[in-house]
Design a protein around this ligand. Structure first.
Ligand code: ADP
Ligand code: MG
Length: 273
């Protein structure tokens, strides 16, 4: 298991996600005004809980989390360490399953899907970016991206994905010949090359200094704007909120606040750290 974008998806039949039980997503609470009527909801999360049993102790990583995410948004997920951010992101991406509750991806309920259906869901619809880049050291930048485009249904050419992150001139470099920020941008190119509808990023700038982080955030903002990829970014850095359409704060496994930002979104270069 080297990378969630690549290796987990190799063994899947192309139509595996048809195995998801067809079901109609029940209507949302009519009092829920968090999503404009006209926008399409990508994720509808309902009373999601995740409890880890650690010997005698129950750890409530998520407790009754409910939220909706409209498509095309740039969402920042904030919260202290241990507040459940990664658990939530992993469940949205089909890498983990909750203890209770539901996650609807459009009209598919993913938390009760079979492992094969979940793999098909990840393969078709989800790109992941993690704090550490998980590139394959013996492959060039282009080859790392092509690993994904080789198995995707309608990918962009690998070089096009490198262009989106402004690294087409590094196509023949190996990961060891690239800086941390450049490696992260290659990882982003790899995640978006299959044209996922959602891009889930767990502390993508966590290992980078500020100026390098800005370049990485710039790539994420550009992809969100140009491809319309619904993007969720976990960060410890509240300054990044100013880039977002929506800011979700978690505390102790619960939603502390959801802010739909009305102010102009700042470019990463305009953030004050
Ligand atoms: P965050 O990403 O906000 O730092 P996590 O979602 O990783 O938080 O973790 C939330 C809580 O769940 C923490 O208390 C963490 O220790 C616990 N936790 C996360 N993953 C596991 C696991 N695999 N086994 C046991 N506890 C876990
Ligand atoms: Mg985390």
């Amino acid at each position: 298991m080297i990378d969630a974008n690549v290796v987990r998806d190799h063994a899947v039949a192309p139509d595996a996600d048809r195995a998801v039980v067809p079901a109609k997503r029940p209507a949302r609470d009519p009092a829920d005004r968090s999503v404009a009527v006209a926008s399409t909801v990508v994720f509808d999360v309902r009373r999601l809980s995740k409890t880890y049993h650690m010997g005698e102790v129950d750890v409530h990583a998520l407790s009754e989390v409910s939220l909706t995410l409209p498509e095309h948004e740039f969402v920042v997920l904030l919260g202290p360490s241990g507040s459940g951010k990664s658990t939530l992101l992993n469940i949205l991406g089909g890498l983990d399953v909750p203890t209770s509750g539901e996650v609807w991806y459009h009209d598919q309920e993913i938390t009760h899907a079979s492992e094969a259906a979940l793999t098909g869901y990840r393969r078709r619809h989800v790109g992941f970016v993690f704090q550490f880049y998980n590139l394959i050291p013996s492959l060039t930048a282009l080859e790392n991206v092509a690993l994904v485009t080789d198995i995707a249904a309608a990918p962009m050419p690998a070089v096009e994905a490198l262009r989106m992150v402004h690294l087409e001139d590094r196509r023949d470099h190996f990961p060891s010949q690239l800086s941390g920020g450049e490696q992260q941008r290659i990882a982003i190119a790899r995640a978006i090359a299959k044209r996922p509808s959602v891009l889930l990023c767990d502390e993508p700038t966590g290992a980078l200094d500020i100026s390098t982080g800005v370049v990485v955030l710039d790539a994420l903002a550009r992809i969100n704007a140009e491809l319309g990829t619904t993007t969720v970014v976990i960060t410890h850095n509240a300054a990044i909120s100013a880039m977002a359409d929506r800011v979700i704060r978690l505390a102790d496994g619960r939603i502390a606040s959801i802010e739909v930002r009305a102010a102009r979104k700042l470019a990463p270069r305009e953030l004050s750290w």
